[in-house]
Design a protein around this ligand. Structure first.
Ligand SMILES: Cc1cc2nc3c(=O)[nH]c(=O)nc-3n(C[C@H](O)[C@H](O)[C@H](O)COP(=O)(O)O)c2cc1C
Length: 358
Protein backbone atom coordinates (compact mmCIF):
# COMPACT_ATOMS: atom_id res chain seq x y z
CA UNK A 1 0.00 0.00 0.00
CA UNK A 2 1.06 3.61 -0.40
CA UNK A 3 2.62 4.87 2.79
CA UNK A 4 -0.26 7.25 3.55
CA UNK A 5 -2.85 4.50 3.11
CA UNK A 6 -0.77 1.94 5.03
CA UNK A 7 -0.44 4.38 7.89
CA UNK A 8 -4.19 4.65 8.16
CA UNK A 9 -5.26 1.00 8.37
CA UNK A 10 -3.32 -2.27 8.52
CA UNK A 11 -5.26 -4.50 6.09
CA UNK A 12 -5.75 -3.55 2.41
CA UNK A 13 -9.53 -3.77 2.76
CA UNK A 14 -11.93 -0.84 2.41
CA UNK A 15 -15.63 -1.31 3.19
CA UNK A 16 -17.42 0.55 0.41
CA UNK A 17 -19.67 3.43 1.36
CA UNK A 18 -23.26 2.33 0.60
CA UNK A 19 -25.93 5.01 0.66
CA UNK A 20 -29.56 4.27 1.41
CA UNK A 21 -28.93 3.21 5.01
CA UNK A 22 -26.58 0.28 4.30
CA UNK A 23 -23.18 1.43 5.59
CA UNK A 24 -24.34 2.50 9.03
CA UNK A 25 -21.95 3.44 11.86
CA UNK A 26 -21.98 -0.04 13.44
CA UNK A 27 -20.80 -1.57 10.14
CA UNK A 28 -18.06 1.01 9.62
CA UNK A 29 -16.96 0.62 13.25
CA UNK A 30 -16.76 -3.18 12.99
CA UNK A 31 -14.61 -2.97 9.84
CA UNK A 32 -12.29 -0.28 11.19
CA UNK A 33 -11.91 -2.14 14.50
CA UNK A 34 -10.88 -5.25 12.54
CA UNK A 35 -8.13 -3.32 10.75
CA UNK A 36 -9.91 -2.44 7.50
CA UNK A 37 -11.25 0.99 6.61
CA UNK A 38 -14.93 1.47 7.48
CA UNK A 39 -16.93 4.04 5.50
CA UNK A 40 -20.06 6.11 6.04
CA UNK A 41 -22.17 7.15 3.05
CA UNK A 42 -23.36 10.77 3.16
CA UNK A 43 -25.33 10.38 -0.08
CA UNK A 44 -29.06 11.26 0.24
CA UNK A 45 -28.50 12.46 3.83
CA UNK A 46 -28.64 16.01 5.10
CA UNK A 47 -25.36 17.54 6.30
CA UNK A 48 -26.66 17.23 9.85
CA UNK A 49 -27.66 13.59 9.32
CA UNK A 50 -24.10 12.93 8.12
CA UNK A 51 -22.66 14.75 11.14
CA UNK A 52 -24.79 12.73 13.56
CA UNK A 53 -23.54 9.48 12.00
CA UNK A 54 -19.92 10.67 12.26
CA UNK A 55 -20.45 11.44 15.95
CA UNK A 56 -22.03 8.03 16.48
CA UNK A 57 -19.15 6.30 14.69
CA UNK A 58 -16.57 8.22 16.72
CA UNK A 59 -18.32 6.88 19.82
CA UNK A 60 -17.88 3.32 18.53
CA UNK A 61 -14.26 3.39 17.34
CA UNK A 62 -11.16 5.55 17.58
CA UNK A 63 -9.76 3.95 14.41
CA UNK A 64 -9.64 5.79 11.06
CA UNK A 65 -12.72 5.75 8.84
CA UNK A 66 -14.03 7.46 5.72
CA UNK A 67 -17.06 9.51 4.64
CA UNK A 68 -18.33 9.44 1.05
CA UNK A 69 -19.89 12.46 -0.66
CA UNK A 70 -21.74 12.74 -3.99
CA UNK A 71 -20.67 15.40 -6.49
CA UNK A 72 -23.61 17.61 -7.63
CA UNK A 73 -24.90 16.67 -11.08
CA UNK A 74 -25.47 19.03 -14.00
CA UNK A 75 -28.96 19.16 -15.46
CA UNK A 76 -29.06 16.92 -18.51
CA UNK A 77 -32.40 15.26 -19.03
CA UNK A 78 -34.32 16.01 -22.21
CA UNK A 79 -37.28 18.13 -21.31
CA UNK A 80 -40.34 15.99 -20.80
CA UNK A 81 -38.43 12.72 -20.29
CA UNK A 82 -39.04 12.69 -16.54
CA UNK A 83 -42.74 13.51 -16.99
CA UNK A 84 -43.07 10.62 -19.44
CA UNK A 85 -41.35 8.27 -16.98
CA UNK A 86 -43.63 9.51 -14.18
CA UNK A 87 -46.57 8.64 -16.38
CA UNK A 88 -45.14 5.18 -16.99
CA UNK A 89 -44.71 4.66 -13.22
CA UNK A 90 -48.27 5.68 -12.35
CA UNK A 91 -49.38 2.03 -12.16
CA UNK A 92 -46.60 1.29 -9.64
CA UNK A 93 -47.75 4.17 -7.45
CA UNK A 94 -51.32 2.88 -7.58
CA UNK A 95 -50.18 -0.68 -6.82
CA UNK A 96 -48.15 0.34 -3.77
CA UNK A 97 -50.80 2.89 -2.76
CA UNK A 98 -48.35 5.77 -2.65
CA UNK A 99 -47.56 8.97 -4.56
CA UNK A 100 -44.57 9.42 -6.81
CA UNK A 101 -41.84 11.67 -5.39
CA UNK A 102 -41.20 15.24 -6.53
CA UNK A 103 -38.45 15.01 -9.18
CA UNK A 104 -37.36 18.58 -8.36
CA UNK A 105 -36.49 17.92 -4.72
CA UNK A 106 -32.93 19.21 -5.18
CA UNK A 107 -29.93 18.16 -7.24
CA UNK A 108 -26.82 19.04 -5.21
CA UNK A 109 -27.33 16.56 -2.31
CA UNK A 110 -26.30 19.28 0.17
CA UNK A 111 -22.74 19.27 -1.19
CA UNK A 112 -21.57 22.63 0.18
CA UNK A 113 -23.12 22.08 3.59
CA UNK A 114 -21.51 18.63 3.84
CA UNK A 115 -18.10 20.01 2.87
CA UNK A 116 -18.48 22.75 5.49
CA UNK A 117 -19.11 20.08 8.17
CA UNK A 118 -16.18 17.97 6.95
CA UNK A 119 -13.85 20.99 7.05
CA UNK A 120 -15.05 22.07 10.51
CA UNK A 121 -14.84 18.54 11.91
CA UNK A 122 -12.21 16.78 9.78
CA UNK A 123 -12.40 13.02 9.33
CA UNK A 124 -9.48 10.77 8.34
CA UNK A 125 -10.68 9.97 4.78
CA UNK A 126 -13.22 11.48 2.36
CA UNK A 127 -14.16 9.90 -0.96
CA UNK A 128 -16.19 11.38 -3.81
CA UNK A 129 -18.53 9.68 -6.29
CA UNK A 130 -20.04 10.91 -9.62
CA UNK A 131 -17.29 13.38 -10.49
CA UNK A 132 -14.20 15.27 -9.39
CA UNK A 133 -14.22 17.97 -6.71
CA UNK A 134 -12.40 21.23 -7.41
CA UNK A 135 -8.71 21.50 -6.63
CA UNK A 136 -9.64 24.07 -3.98
CA UNK A 137 -11.88 21.58 -2.15
CA UNK A 138 -9.24 18.86 -2.30
CA UNK A 139 -6.55 21.28 -1.05
CA UNK A 140 -8.73 22.43 1.84
CA UNK A 141 -9.39 18.83 2.88
CA UNK A 142 -5.69 18.01 2.69
CA UNK A 143 -4.84 21.03 4.84
CA UNK A 144 -7.45 19.77 7.32
CA UNK A 145 -5.52 16.48 7.49
CA UNK A 146 -8.02 14.45 5.42
CA UNK A 147 -6.91 11.84 2.87
CA UNK A 148 -8.98 12.16 -0.34
CA UNK A 149 -10.16 9.52 -2.80
CA UNK A 150 -12.21 9.95 -5.98
CA UNK A 151 -13.93 7.23 -8.03
CA UNK A 152 -12.94 6.71 -11.69
CA UNK A 153 -14.32 4.24 -14.21
CA UNK A 154 -11.71 4.82 -16.95
CA UNK A 155 -8.05 5.82 -17.32
CA UNK A 156 -9.17 9.21 -18.63
CA UNK A 157 -11.25 9.85 -15.52
CA UNK A 158 -8.35 8.71 -13.32
CA UNK A 159 -6.10 11.32 -14.99
CA UNK A 160 -8.67 14.01 -14.15
CA UNK A 161 -8.69 12.78 -10.54
CA UNK A 162 -4.90 12.99 -10.31
CA UNK A 163 -4.80 16.41 -11.99
CA UNK A 164 -7.32 17.81 -9.51
CA UNK A 165 -4.95 16.81 -6.69
CA UNK A 166 -6.69 13.84 -5.02
CA UNK A 167 -4.49 11.59 -2.86
CA UNK A 168 -5.72 8.35 -4.47
CA UNK A 169 -8.17 7.06 -7.06
CA UNK A 170 -10.80 4.33 -6.74
CA UNK A 171 -10.86 2.19 -9.90
CA UNK A 172 -14.48 1.06 -10.12
CA UNK A 173 -14.97 -1.85 -12.49
CA UNK A 174 -18.20 -2.52 -14.34
CA UNK A 175 -18.80 -5.51 -12.01
CA UNK A 176 -19.45 -3.17 -9.09
CA UNK A 177 -22.74 -3.09 -7.23
CA UNK A 178 -24.63 0.19 -6.96
CA UNK A 179 -24.06 3.30 -9.04
CA UNK A 180 -21.18 3.58 -11.45
CA UNK A 181 -19.25 6.66 -10.38
CA UNK A 182 -18.77 7.80 -13.99
CA UNK A 183 -17.91 11.51 -14.01
CA UNK A 184 -20.29 12.44 -16.81
CA UNK A 185 -23.29 10.29 -17.54
CA UNK A 186 -23.27 9.73 -21.30
CA UNK A 187 -26.15 7.45 -22.36
CA UNK A 188 -24.38 6.55 -25.65
CA UNK A 189 -21.65 4.88 -23.53
CA UNK A 190 -24.08 2.51 -21.81
CA UNK A 191 -22.74 -1.01 -21.87
CA UNK A 192 -19.12 0.08 -22.43
CA UNK A 193 -17.86 -0.28 -18.84
CA UNK A 194 -14.46 -1.84 -18.18
CA UNK A 195 -13.82 -4.99 -16.14
CA UNK A 196 -11.85 -4.44 -12.93
CA UNK A 197 -8.56 -6.24 -13.68
CA UNK A 198 -8.22 -4.46 -16.99
CA UNK A 199 -9.23 -1.12 -15.44
CA UNK A 200 -6.73 -1.37 -12.57
CA UNK A 201 -3.88 -2.06 -15.00
CA UNK A 202 -4.98 0.81 -17.28
CA UNK A 203 -5.29 3.28 -14.41
CA UNK A 204 -2.01 2.11 -12.87
CA UNK A 205 -0.25 3.03 -16.10
CA UNK A 206 -2.12 6.32 -16.45
CA UNK A 207 -1.51 7.85 -13.01
CA UNK A 208 1.08 7.95 -10.24
CA UNK A 209 -1.30 8.13 -7.27
CA UNK A 210 -2.35 4.97 -5.38
CA UNK A 211 -5.26 2.95 -6.76
CA UNK A 212 -8.03 1.32 -4.73
CA UNK A 213 -9.84 -1.42 -6.70
CA UNK A 214 -13.63 -1.90 -6.49
CA UNK A 215 -16.06 -4.22 -8.23
CA UNK A 216 -17.13 -7.82 -7.72
CA UNK A 217 -14.52 -8.61 -5.04
CA UNK A 218 -15.84 -11.22 -2.62
CA UNK A 219 -12.77 -13.32 -1.67
CA UNK A 220 -9.22 -12.76 -0.44
CA UNK A 221 -7.89 -14.39 -3.62
CA UNK A 222 -9.48 -11.56 -5.64
CA UNK A 223 -7.88 -9.00 -3.32
CA UNK A 224 -4.56 -10.73 -4.04
CA UNK A 225 -5.30 -10.41 -7.77
CA UNK A 226 -5.97 -6.66 -7.68
CA UNK A 227 -2.94 -6.06 -5.46
CA UNK A 228 -0.83 -8.02 -7.96
CA UNK A 229 -2.28 -5.82 -10.73
CA UNK A 230 -0.98 -2.75 -8.91
CA UNK A 231 -3.80 -1.69 -6.58
CA UNK A 232 -2.93 -0.58 -3.05
CA UNK A 233 -6.17 -1.83 -1.51
CA UNK A 234 -9.55 -3.34 -2.42
CA UNK A 235 -12.96 -1.77 -1.78
CA UNK A 236 -15.79 -4.24 -1.17
CA UNK A 237 -19.48 -3.34 -1.06
CA UNK A 238 -21.70 -6.35 -1.70
CA UNK A 239 -19.55 -8.58 0.53
CA UNK A 240 -20.24 -6.25 3.49
CA UNK A 241 -23.89 -5.67 2.54
CA UNK A 242 -24.62 -9.24 3.66
CA UNK A 243 -23.16 -8.84 7.17
CA UNK A 244 -25.43 -8.57 10.22
CA UNK A 245 -24.08 -5.05 10.93
CA UNK A 246 -25.15 -3.70 7.54
CA UNK A 247 -28.33 -1.64 7.57
CA UNK A 248 -29.62 -3.21 4.33
CA UNK A 249 -33.22 -4.46 4.38
CA UNK A 250 -33.44 -8.16 5.34
CA UNK A 251 -34.97 -8.95 1.92
CA UNK A 252 -32.05 -7.24 0.17
CA UNK A 253 -29.58 -9.38 2.15
CA UNK A 254 -31.54 -12.57 1.44
CA UNK A 255 -31.87 -11.75 -2.27
CA UNK A 256 -28.07 -11.80 -2.72
CA UNK A 257 -27.99 -15.58 -2.44
CA UNK A 258 -31.60 -16.37 -3.34
CA UNK A 259 -31.56 -18.56 -6.49
CA UNK A 260 -34.61 -16.63 -7.75
CA UNK A 261 -32.24 -13.77 -8.57
CA UNK A 262 -30.02 -15.15 -11.27
CA UNK A 263 -28.24 -12.04 -12.51
CA UNK A 264 -27.44 -8.37 -12.12
CA UNK A 265 -27.76 -5.58 -14.66
CA UNK A 266 -26.77 -1.92 -14.96
CA UNK A 267 -30.08 -0.09 -14.85
CA UNK A 268 -31.37 3.49 -14.78
CA UNK A 269 -34.78 2.31 -13.54
CA UNK A 270 -34.37 3.51 -9.94
CA UNK A 271 -32.31 6.70 -10.17
CA UNK A 272 -31.80 7.71 -13.81
CA UNK A 273 -28.07 6.86 -13.59
CA UNK A 274 -26.64 3.40 -14.31
CA UNK A 275 -26.51 1.30 -11.14
CA UNK A 276 -25.91 -2.45 -10.88
CA UNK A 277 -28.82 -4.24 -9.25
CA UNK A 278 -30.26 -7.74 -9.05
CA UNK A 279 -32.74 -8.06 -11.90
CA UNK A 280 -36.23 -8.04 -10.40
CA UNK A 281 -39.63 -7.13 -11.79
CA UNK A 282 -39.06 -3.37 -11.46
CA UNK A 283 -35.77 -3.53 -13.40
CA UNK A 284 -37.24 -5.79 -16.10
CA UNK A 285 -40.32 -3.62 -16.60
CA UNK A 286 -38.90 -0.11 -16.31
CA UNK A 287 -35.16 -0.43 -17.02
CA UNK A 288 -35.55 -0.55 -20.81
CA UNK A 289 -36.99 2.96 -21.10
CA UNK A 290 -35.90 4.76 -17.89
CA UNK A 291 -34.43 8.16 -18.87
CA UNK A 292 -30.93 9.49 -18.14
CA UNK A 293 -32.14 11.92 -15.51
CA UNK A 294 -30.32 11.71 -12.18
CA UNK A 295 -31.28 12.72 -9.53
CA UNK A 296 -34.82 13.49 -10.75
CA UNK A 297 -35.67 9.82 -11.28
CA UNK A 298 -34.16 8.98 -7.89
CA UNK A 299 -36.54 11.45 -6.21
CA UNK A 300 -39.44 10.19 -8.35
CA UNK A 301 -39.03 6.52 -7.38
CA UNK A 302 -38.10 7.06 -3.73
CA UNK A 303 -41.65 6.55 -2.31
CA UNK A 304 -42.12 3.47 -4.55
CA UNK A 305 -38.94 1.85 -3.24
CA UNK A 306 -39.88 2.63 0.34
CA UNK A 307 -43.42 1.31 -0.13
CA UNK A 308 -42.13 -1.90 -1.74
CA UNK A 309 -39.72 -2.43 1.17
CA UNK A 310 -42.51 -1.79 3.67
CA UNK A 311 -44.75 -4.26 1.87
CA UNK A 312 -41.95 -6.85 1.90
CA UNK A 313 -41.93 -6.97 -1.91
CA UNK A 314 -38.38 -7.55 -3.14
CA UNK A 315 -39.62 -7.31 -6.74
CA UNK A 316 -40.18 -3.56 -6.34
CA UNK A 317 -37.07 -2.71 -4.28
CA UNK A 318 -33.70 -1.44 -5.50
CA UNK A 319 -31.55 -4.49 -4.80
CA UNK A 320 -28.15 -3.02 -5.61
CA UNK A 321 -25.50 -5.73 -5.82
CA UNK A 322 -22.25 -6.52 -7.61
CA UNK A 323 -21.66 -9.42 -9.96
CA UNK A 324 -20.22 -11.54 -7.14
CA UNK A 325 -23.43 -11.45 -5.07
CA UNK A 326 -23.86 -15.21 -4.99
CA UNK A 327 -20.60 -15.47 -3.04
CA UNK A 328 -21.87 -13.29 -0.17
CA UNK A 329 -21.24 -14.70 3.31
CA UNK A 330 -23.37 -13.83 6.30
CA UNK A 331 -20.38 -13.36 8.61
CA UNK A 332 -20.09 -10.57 11.16
CA UNK A 333 -18.18 -7.73 9.48
CA UNK A 334 -15.08 -7.98 11.69
CA UNK A 335 -14.92 -11.73 11.13
CA UNK A 336 -15.33 -11.17 7.37
CA UNK A 337 -12.27 -8.89 7.41
CA UNK A 338 -10.33 -11.63 9.26
CA UNK A 339 -11.45 -14.31 6.80
CA UNK A 340 -10.54 -12.14 3.79
CA UNK A 341 -7.11 -11.43 5.28
CA UNK A 342 -6.64 -15.18 5.87
CA UNK A 343 -7.53 -15.94 2.24
CA UNK A 344 -5.22 -13.18 1.02
CA UNK A 345 -2.37 -14.49 3.16
CA UNK A 346 -2.95 -18.04 1.86
CA UNK A 347 -2.47 -16.80 -1.72
CA UNK A 348 0.63 -14.84 -0.73
CA UNK A 349 2.09 -17.90 1.00
CA UNK A 350 1.34 -20.12 -2.00
CA UNK A 351 2.93 -17.59 -4.37
CA UNK A 352 6.04 -17.18 -2.27
CA UNK A 353 6.40 -20.98 -2.08
CA UNK A 354 6.48 -20.90 -5.90
CA UNK A 355 9.10 -18.16 -5.89
CA UNK A 356 6.76 -15.14 -5.86
CA UNK A 357 4.44 -13.65 -8.45
CA UNK A 358 5.90 -13.76 -11.93
C1 LIG B 1 -26.00 -1.01 -2.00
C2 LIG B 1 -24.84 -0.23 -2.55
C3 LIG B 1 -24.80 1.13 -2.34
C4 LIG B 1 -23.70 1.88 -2.81
N1 LIG B 1 -23.63 3.21 -2.52
C5 LIG B 1 -22.50 3.91 -2.81
C6 LIG B 1 -22.32 5.23 -2.33
O1 LIG B 1 -23.16 5.80 -1.64
N2 LIG B 1 -21.17 5.87 -2.65
C7 LIG B 1 -20.17 5.27 -3.39
O2 LIG B 1 -19.13 5.88 -3.63
N3 LIG B 1 -20.33 4.01 -3.85
C8 LIG B 1 -21.45 3.32 -3.57
N4 LIG B 1 -21.58 2.02 -4.00
C9 LIG B 1 -20.53 1.44 -4.85
C10 LIG B 1 -19.34 0.97 -4.01
O3 LIG B 1 -18.55 2.06 -3.63
C11 LIG B 1 -18.42 0.00 -4.78
O4 LIG B 1 -18.00 0.57 -5.98
C12 LIG B 1 -19.08 -1.34 -5.07
O5 LIG B 1 -19.81 -1.80 -3.97
C13 LIG B 1 -18.00 -2.35 -5.42
O6 LIG B 1 -18.58 -3.48 -5.99
P1 LIG B 1 -19.11 -4.74 -5.14
O7 LIG B 1 -20.42 -4.30 -4.59
O8 LIG B 1 -19.24 -5.80 -6.15
O9 LIG B 1 -18.10 -5.02 -4.06
C14 LIG B 1 -22.67 1.25 -3.54
C15 LIG B 1 -22.74 -0.13 -3.75
C16 LIG B 1 -23.79 -0.87 -3.26
C17 LIG B 1 -23.80 -2.36 -3.48
Amino acid sequence: MSSALTDLFPHPIVQAPMAGGVSVPRLAAAVSEAGGLGFLAAGYKTADGMYQEIKQLRGLTSRPFGVNVFIPQPEQSESGAVEVYAHQLAGEAAWYETELGDPDSGRDDGYDAKLAVLLDNPVPVVSFHFGVPSREVLDKLRRAGTFTLVTATSAEEARAVEQAGADAVIAQGVEAGGHQGTHRDVPENDGSGTGLLSLVAQIREAVGIPVVAAGGIMRGSQIAAVLAAGASAAQLGTAFLATPESGAHALHKQALTNPLFTRTELTRAFSGRPARALVNRFVREHGPYAPAAYPEVNHLTSPLRKAAAKAGDAQGMSLFAGQGHRMARELPAGRLVEVLVGELDAVRTALSAQGGPR
